[in-house]
Design a protein around this ligand. Structure first.
Ligand code: KG4
Ligand code: ZN
Length: 327
């Protein structure tokens, strides 16, 4: 079964064709990052306008790269939540039009859950698993019992993890997106140079990153506009984030007795975070390849396939949902 996936929730315009939820026939991802870079973040108006321009050619490219005609598609899956309102609307409207014109089944996909499907594209996943989802907009720790049952155990009480990377990068004068910039700068730095706080939020599975961001700002201010020890600041910040994400996830995995751990979302591209999980031997860990960590339509098609198989089809009346319901 071939599912056409469409993703336009933020600043990546993407379409993919995936067979049986596993085999990627194509995955075209067009990033808008150069248009948002001057603003150190995604500008919603620019994002939706670019999606309008790009969505049709991106879908066409995905079909051509997969070597299939549009009529060979068995279902259309699209991100409908969460994300930027205008951006989501472009993908959802396009997908609805296509599904209606082709008379094919239509599936709305939750972008957060889809990030946890990226590793499904490579191998079998054993349930229950502990999912850590770290992206630009969300930081979620969840127990996933089966395809359609996910229990959120904790989330951020302020900034999302990727958002903290992006904001701290800006403080350090590093380019957007902040995650890769901080990782690169940190390679030359001493992770113990600055003793930044770790928000453990004992007794909860929640996260907090705003105190850490403020601690970085305080150190930056001490230099009164003079040259900053960027590498040391970046390395110390990154170490504080990775330590909390890793320890809290391991703690939850032990407590909930899961079979394995899955890490997904843009921040799962972070090398020290990947290394921390891959170095431990208590739980099998699945982290997507770098190409599938950040937003892409292959994970949407994979998540859509499983929803379809479980009979969760949607009508053309579903609407976008900018925020993510925690229940
Ligand atoms: O999942 P994603 O592509 O988009 C959302 O759904 O938000 O995640 C984007 C986020 C950005 O905040 C970016 O800075 C972060 O992922 N990111 C990283 C790395 N690569 C991307 N953070 C840390 N280290 C990286 N290597
Ligand atoms: Zn994402």
């Amino acid at each position: 079964m071939r599912v056409l996936g469409i993703e336009s929730s933020c600043d990546e315009c993407s379409a993919a064709v995936v067979e049986d939820g596993r085999r990627i026939l194509s995955n075209v991802v067009l990033s808008q990052v150069d248009f948002h870079k001057p603003f150190y973040g995604v500008v919603p108006e620019i994002a939706s306008r670019k999606h309008v321009e790009w969505i049709a050619p991106v879908v066409q490219d995905a079909l051509s790269a997969a070597g299939v005609a549009v009529g060979d598609i068995d279902a259309v899956a699209v991100t409908y939540r969460p994300g930027l309102i205008g951006s989501l609307l472009v993908g959802l409207s396009f997908a609805k039009g296509l599904a209606w014109a082709l008379g094919k089944p239509f599936v709305g996909v939750d972008h957060i859950l889809a990030h946890l499907y990226a590793p499904h594209l490579e191998r079998d996943i054993s349930y229950p698993y502990l999912g850590l989802l770290v992206s630009g907009g969300h930081t979620i720790i969840a127990r996933v019992d089966r395809h359609d049952r996910m229990q959120v155990l904790g989330t951020t009480i302020d900034d999302a993890c990727g958002e903290a990377f992006d904001k701290v990068a800006r403080l350090l004068g590093l380019p957007y997106p902040g995650g890769p910039s901080i990782q690169k700068a940190a390679e030359q730095g001493n992770p113990g140079a600055f003793k930044f706080p770790r928000a453990w939020l004992e007794g909860t599975r929640n996260f907090s990153f705003s105190g850490l961001k403020t601690a970085v700002l305080k150190e930056v201010n001490k230099f009164n506009g003079g040259p900053l020890p960027v590498a040391d600041l970046a390395a110390s910040f990154q170490t504080a984030v990775v330590e909390v994400l890793f320890q809290k996830t391991m703690q939850a995995a032990r407590e909930y007795g899961v079979n394995n751990i899955i890490v997904g979302g843009g921040v799962s591209a972070n090398k020290p975070l990947r290394d921390a999980f891959l170095a431990q031997t208590e739980f099998p860990v699945k982290i997507p390849p770098l190409s599938l960590c950040t937003d892409n339509a292959a994970m949407i098609a994979a998540a859509g396939y499983y929803r379809y198989v479980l009979g969760h089809l949607d009508g053309l009346d579903i609407d976008i949902l900018p925020t993510w319901p925690l229940s």
